[in-house]
Design a binder for this molecule. Sequence first.
Ligand code: SF4
Ligand code: SF4
Ligand code: SF4
Length: 296
Amino acid sequence: MTKKIYKDNELAGLRTGGIIKQKQKDYFILRTRIPGGHLKADLLKKYSTIAKKYGRDYVHVSTRQGIEIPWIHIKNIPKLLKDLKKLNILKGACGPRSRNLIACPGMSVCRFGFVDTEQLAGKLDSVAFGKEVPKKFKVAITGCLNSCAKPQENDLGFQAQGEPEVDLSKCIGCTLCAKVCEKVCLRGKRKPAIIMDENKRPIYRKKNCFFEGDCIRVCPVNAWKTKMVGFAVYIGGKVGRFPKFGVKIADFVKESQIPKIIRNTIRCYNRIAKKGERFGEALERQDLEKIKEEIL
Ligand code: SF4
Ligand code: SF4
Ligand code: SF4
């Protein structure tokens, strides 16, 4: 039945566009993508229409901020593809190419966020998604050190950072910033980045700072503010059968540098990896300093 509608090479082509063979004969899963996980309520209704019309009235919400619709019969795929286009539903990818770019909710709603991660993810979709690579390539953007989007588990991860600065003329000497900082730094196994002087005024030591902004949030008189926002960059992370954490290669890169870093990293991955190998595995044979130069 399958071969009557699609030849083998055409089936492989479907996979490129996020139509994945299900284990049941003649049935497929539609994988869609939602860059940054930001989905308008109206579009959500359209997913429901597709799931009712072509699937079995349910969807699977994937771990990579996509919606998958299983139980699509092969004979319905041509019509489904036309409907997706009409409804502006974006197809996902599988096989040897880059996946949906994920993001945490970010500063639009989260009090910890330094960056509007969802909006940034939307802007970067065309740079990051669907590129040919040796195995797969995943990018994540997260709005602060809490790392809700898990940048360290992606092939390329961006983690927003905020450097604090204090206006001593506003300080009332309550010591809250030093207390909260001591807690953070203790957990991170560093000496505190804020200590109080003999006049009960905070002294900031940048080298110990984790750039997560607890001091800014805790100050009752807004004496602390964010001086600079940027991104830490992680490369080579993955989960799967043999998980590994990405390594940090930079701090405070600017948002405007991110498209170039994504393009350079994908090019680097294609250059150094064997077919079927993840970026993090290929990196094990490389001089990290040279790779940093290539990517940044
Ligand atoms: S990573 Fe930070 S900004 Fe993003 S959702 Fe988590 S706490 Fe909020
Ligand atoms: S950002 Fe965090 S680690 Fe840095 S000074 Fe403020 S509280 Fe301390
Ligand atoms: S929290 Fe604000 S007011 Fe309190 S010591 Fe720190 S800077 Fe001063």
